[in-house]
Design a binder for this molecule. Structure first.
Ligand SMILES: [Zn+2]
Length: 429
């Protein structure tokens, strides 16, 4: 069957031999993280009695479009199982941040109550609630059971994967959209061409698609190898995003950077070719070149830093355990799974990962290493010598909050370079 997009924009399950973005064969292995389980498939106690699936996890760089990707794709239906645990409204800073995105889009594009805003991969509807509050018509599209939660909380949501067929159904029922957003999902999708063409079908003639994902420049400069996991099929540079949209009737018209997920990029992609482009686009492309994102040597340097951080962390961990001191983990984001599985850290090193009392992961076990996830109240009761921050990209906020709650432990920040922060050095909240 002829599809209205380049064939390589349908990433097949299994090994990926060519660039997912530009189809080039100029791929280079930057880091081999071994075979790893899916980072968000946490295990129940019963599941510990059975076998566990793992898949190759390698960080690959394309020297043609400068995008980073992994070279094994796990079937999306397996990754986004109905009980996929992530719920964005769970953290207040993220909810506030997403509200801010809505307000800026409403202003920039002059949206009003006649306009329809659609969020793809809408999760619990946190982003859309920002549009709803301002009187914009909204619709979420979300494949997991979180869609039910969103609907129950007044965010109109269709529980479905998004493809060309879904876009036609939606357009028939709700009309075209003025704006379509995806936050933290566009790097995840196997069906890139289906999604882009679906968005194209659904948008009004002057409509704009806004996509926010974690950003390669932050990953490389920040030593954030732990953002590489099976859900993140691609880690985009701006140059690779422009290459991605080049075969379509779209123009990348604007770009912004933000600090969520340890540093992100938000591109504005307007329907139609040859649109006016903000000078911010050329400026950021220049910054990418200055940072060496187009040079293999940059990635070699990155890999050496990652390997050094691993050695230093393991050295510290072993010394701490030998001296009889206690060390535990705080938070269980997806990236914790990559880090602990690559390092080889199990319950003999770190007996538990402490999470917020509202976390959907409580009572479950980290994939691969089977470290239990427990309520963070235990930290105050046990007062361990060291707490490793696995959400280290939010280290300052977490350290302040835990200290204010009465925690006396010192903190271990694993990346980009190992850092031990004495409790006495943490500033009061
Ligand atoms: Zn490429």
């Amino acid at each position: 069957m002829k599809v209205p997009y380049p064939k390589h924009h349908f990433v097949k399950t299994g090994h990926i031999p060519r660039c997912q973005v530009c189809n080039s064969s100029k791929l280079h292995i930057i880091l081999d993280l071994g075979h790893q389980p899916l980072c968000d498939t946490l295990l129940t106690k019963e599941m510990l009695n059975g076998p566990e699936k793992t898949y190759p996890l390698r960080m690959i760089w394309c020297s043609h479009c400068t995008g980073v990707q992994i070279d094994y794709c796990v079937d999306g239906k397996e990754v986004y199982h109905p009980d996929y645990p992530y719920r964005s409204g769970i953290s207040k800073p993220l909810a506030d941040y997403q509200r801010q995105i809505c307000l800026s889009l409403i202003e920039k594009y002059g949206l009003n109550s006649k306009d329809l805003a659609i969020d793809i991969g809408s999760n619990d509807g946190t982003l859309l609630s920002g549009f709803k509050r301002e009187g914009i018509r909204i619709l979420g599209v979300e494949p997991t059971n979180i869609a039910k939660y969103a609907n129950a909380h007044g965010i109109r949501t269709i529980q479905s994967f998004f493809d060309i067929k879904a876009s036609q159904k939606i357009k028939k029922k709700y009309g075209p959209a003025a704006v379509i957003t995806t936050t933290n999902v566009f790097a995840h999708m196997q069906t890139i061409g289906e999604v882009i063409m679906g968005i194209y079908n659904l948008l009004e003639d002057d409509g704009v698609f806004i996509s926010e994902t974690h950003y390669l420049l932050n990953v490389i400069q920040g030593g954030q190898f732990d953002t590489i996991y099976h859900e993140h099929l691609r880690t985009y540079s701006l140059r690779s995003l422009i290459a991605l949209f080049a075969p379509y009737d779209f123009t990348v018209t604007d770009v912004e950077r933000g600090d969520r997920y340890g540093g992100n990029i938000r591109v504005h992609v307007t329907k139609g070719r040859g649109r006016r482009v903000s000078p911010r686009v050329a400026k950021l492309l220049k910054e990418e070149r200055a940072a060496g994102l187009d040079k293999l040597a940059t990635y070699g340097k990155f890999a050496r830093r990652v390997k050094k951080a691993r050695l230093e962390f393991m050295d510290f961990l072993i010394k701490t355990k030998k001296s009889g001191k206690s060390i535990v983990g705080k938070s269980c984001p997806g990236r914790a799974s990559t880090l602990l599985n690559y390092y080889g850290v199990d319950t003999e090193y770190i007996p538990y990962l402490a999470e917020l009392p509202t976390s959907l992961k409580l009572g479950m076990y980290l994939p691969g290493k089977h470290i239990p996830v427990v309520n963070e109240k235990i930290l105050l009761k046990e007062q361990p010598d060291y707490v490793v921050l696995l959400s280290w990209h939010y280290a300052e906020v977490i350290m302040k909050r835990l200290k204010a709650a009465g925690l006396k432990s010192d903190f271990v920040i694993p990346l980009p370079d190992l850092r031990i922060v004495k409790n006495s050095r943490v500033k009061r909240a």
